[in-house]
Design a binder for this molecule. Structure first.
Ligand code: SF4
Length: 373
C-alpha cells in the first residue's frame, strides 16, 4: 500500500499469480496474437465478438468458429494454455427492494473480492465498476478506504465486471447498458494504465461499444493522472471528489488532499476542461455538521468560479467505521441554493440502493464481518 501523502502515482502493478486473461487484451493485441500463430484477422474478429458480445456462451460450443480458430482455442485457452477466459466467481448477487439496483460481490482468481453495481433507470442501466481491490486513499467515510489497499485490478478484471453485469441483467430480461462509471472500489487514476486499457476494450465498437462520452472516471484528485488524461486528450467524463473547499477541511476527509492541495487540483481541472472541452463533475458528500453549511457552500462556489463545473451533492451513505451523520434534506437544499445563487449548477443525488449497501466497499465489509463472527 502507498499511503496518501507519499508516493501515490499511476501504476501498472498486477497480481503475480494469474495467467493472463483473454479479456486483458484490446482487439489489436488479440489480433496480433492470433496472426502470430498463423490465423487470419477474421478469426480475431470472430473470437472478439464471442468474448465481448456473446459472452456467457462457452467458446467450445460456438458453432460460428472455423476449424483453425477451434484448434487455437483448444490449445491456447484450455487448462494448460497461456490465456484463460474464466469469469470471476459470484459470491453475492443482491437486488434492492425497489428492484432498481443490483449489486454483485465477485471473487477474483487470487481470492480478492470486489464489488460491481448495476443501477437501473427506465429502459436503461449504468454499471459502476471497481478498479482496485481495496483502496490506498483512505477517505474516512468510505468502507473501501477503511479496508486498505490490496492490489490493482488487471484490465480484464475491470472488463469482466461490465460483461457480468450486462449478462446478469440480460438474463433478468433487462437490456440497455448505457453508461459506465468507475466509482466502485479503488482509485482509477492510481491504476492508470490498466484502467485505460480496460476502457479502450469497453469502448471498442466491435464489442461492448460504450464510447468515451458514456464513461465517467471518478478520482479523489490524483493530479498527475488528471494531467495525463488531459495530455492524452481522452474523451472520458471526469468526476472529482472534493468534499471540502479548504485544504484543512478537505484533508480531514480525504487524506490525498495533503498530497495534492486544492490549488494544484483546481489548476489541473482547468487544464482538463480547456484541453478536452469537457465539463467536470465535482462530488461532494454531504456530512451533517461537517461540510454542509451555507458558508462551506459559498467557499465551494468561489473555488469553482471560472470552471465548467457541475456539483453532485450526495448525502452520506453511512458506514460502520465512520461516525458522521447524513445531512438533513433542508440543509442539502440550502447548500444547493447557495451554489445556484453563485451560478454553480448542482444536483442532489438520490442514494441508490442503500438497502443493498451500495456505497462502495460496504457489501464486502458486511460479508467479511459475517464471515468473521
Ligand atoms: S472514496 Fe474512492 S478514493 Fe476514497 S477511499 Fe473510497 S474508493 Fe478510495
Amino acid at each position: 500500500m502507498e499511503p496518501p501523502g507519499q508516493t501515490i502515482r499511476p501504476s501498472t502493478a498486477e497480481p503475480e499469480t494469474a495467467r493472463q486473461s483473454a479479456y486483458d487484451l484490446p482487439f489489436t493485441g488479440l489480433e496480433r496474437r492470433l496472426v502470430a500463430d498463423g490465423l487470419r484477422p477474421i478469426h480475431a474478429r470472430s473470437l472478439w465478438k464471442a468474448l465481448h458480445r456473446e459472452s456467457g456462451v462457452p467458446l467450445r460450443e460456438n458453432a460460428a468458429f472455423l476449424p483453425p480458430l477451434r484448434r487455437w482455442i483448444d490449445h491456447h485457452l484450455g487448462d494448460t494454455g497461456t490465456l484463460h477466459t474464466t469469469p470471476p466467481a459470484i459470491v453475492a448477487d443482491i437486488a434492492s427492494s425497489a428492484g432498481l439496483t443490483r449489486k454483485f460481490l465477485l471473487r477474483l482468481d487470487d481470492g480478492q473480492t470486489i464489488e460491481t453495481v448495476a443501477m437501473g433507470y427506465p429502459g436503461r442501466f449504468t454499471v459502476c465498476a471497481s478498479t482496485q481491490a481495496g483502496c490506498a486513499m483512505g477517505c474516512v467515510f468510505c468502507a473501501t478506504g477503511q479496508m486498505g489497499f490490496s492490489r490493482h485490478l488487471r484490465p480484464g478484471e475491470i472488463v469482466t465486471q461490465v460483461l457480468h453485469a450486462r449478462n446478469a441483467l440480460a438474463l433478468a430480461g433487462r437490456t440497455g447498458l448505457r453508461n459506465l462509471v468507475l466509482m466502485g472500489m479503488g482509485e482509477p487514476l492510481h491504476n492508470y494504465d490498466a484502467v485505460l486499457t480496460a476502457l479502450e476494450i469497453i469502448s471498442d465498437t466491435r464489442g461492448l461499444n460504450l464510447g468515451p462520452s458514456k464513461i465517467t472516471i471518478s478520482t479523489v484528485g490524483v493530479v498527475p493522472g488528471i494531467l495525463r488524461l488531459a495530455e492524452e486528450k481522452r474523451g472520458y467524463h471526469l468526476a472529482v471528489s472534493l468534499h471540502g473547499a479548504t485544504d484543512e477541511e478537505r484533508s480531514a476527509l480525504v487524506p490525498a488532499g495533503k498530497r495534492w492541495p486544492l490549488a494544484q487540483l483546481i489548476a489541473a481541472c482547468k487544464t482538463y476542461c480547456t484541453t478536452t472541452g469537457r465539463r467536470i463533475f465535482f462530488e461532494w458528500t454531504l456530512i451533517a455538521g461537517t461540510n454542509d453549511t451555507p458558508a462551506q457552500a459559498a467557499r465551494l462556489a468561489t473555488l469553482l468560479t471560472g470552471l465548467d463545473a457541475h456539483v453532485n451533492l450526495i448525502p452520506l451513505n453511512p458506514t460502520g467505521g465512520y461516525h458522521g451523520g447524513t445531512t438533513s434534506a433542508a440543509a442539502a437544499t440550502e447548500f444547493q441554493r447557495v451554489l445556484r445563487t453563485a451560478g454553480i449548477p448542482s444536483t442532489i443525488r438520490q442514494r441508490r440502493g442503500i438497502d443493498v449497501a451500495a456505497g462502495c466497499g460496504q457489501l464486502r465489509t458486511a460479508r467479511e464481518k459475517t464471515a468473521h463472527h
